[in-house]
Design a protein around this ligand. Structure first.
Ligand SMILES: Cc1cc2nc3c(=O)[nH]c(=O)nc-3n(C[C@H](O)[C@H](O)[C@H](O)COP(=O)(O)O)c2cc1C
Length: 164
């Protein structure tokens, strides 16, 4: 059993929508998936997670403040050497930048095994909506996570199931 903690931050609901798609596509009998707003995640869940899926809006070329705080909290709790996939939402223009590459580097410094270097989902404007077809990328990424977890030695993933 792998405990997947699917955490999002979202001001206007677009990143939340992506997180909900991840939740839908990651749900499997053999894994426990908890999806939560970054502001509501209890420490206990962080401690018990084997695999983190983290998503947030890009704010000033960086991860949103609450997501940056959350990653710092992972650091403070000395949670490291786990698995993660990260993504952001951002505009599509010359100055847009992307938060997820920075998130990946932050987690990599905690010796996380990263399944990607960051994925971006495009919004049409600051308040959205998501560009048509963007959500379909979730299915592909979730399939990558599931197939990766299928190849892991589950005996080495020590944590018992999430307490919801
Ligand atoms: C304060 C603020 C700063 C932003 N900075 C950027 C930025 O640097 N690059 C970018 O592409 N989008 C930027 N945006 C647009 C956000 O990426 C967009 O609002 C977000 O993806 C929408 O996701 P949400 O509905 O989950 O909040 C910014 C938005 C806000 C509110």
């Amino acid at each position: 059993m792998v405990n997947i903690l699917n955490v999002y931050d979202s001001v206007y609901g677009n990143t939340k929508e992506i997180a909900e798609y991840f939740d839908k596509h990651l749900q499997r009998k053999e894994h426990a998936v908890v999806t939560a707003d970054v502001k509501d995640v209890r420490e206990e869940l962080i401690q018990k997670a084997d695999f983190f899926v983290l998503g947030c809006p890009t704010h000033f070329w960086r991860p949103s403040k609450d997501m940056a705080r959350f990653i710092s909290k992972i650091f403070r709790l000395r949670v490291h050497e786990k698995y993660a996939l990260v993504y952001d939402t951002h505009l599509h223009n010359l100055f847009s930048g992307s938060a997820s590459g920075k998130m990946a580097r932050m987690l990599f410094s905690l010796k996380f095994k990263m399944l990607n270097k960051g994925e971006g989902f495009i919004v049409e404007g600051t308040k959205g909506p998501l560009r048509l077809g963007e959500v379909h990328k979730v299915e592909m990424l979730a399939a990558r996570v599931v197939s990766y977890l299928g190849g892991l030695d589950m005996e080495n993933l020590h944590t018992p199931g999430f307490v919801l």
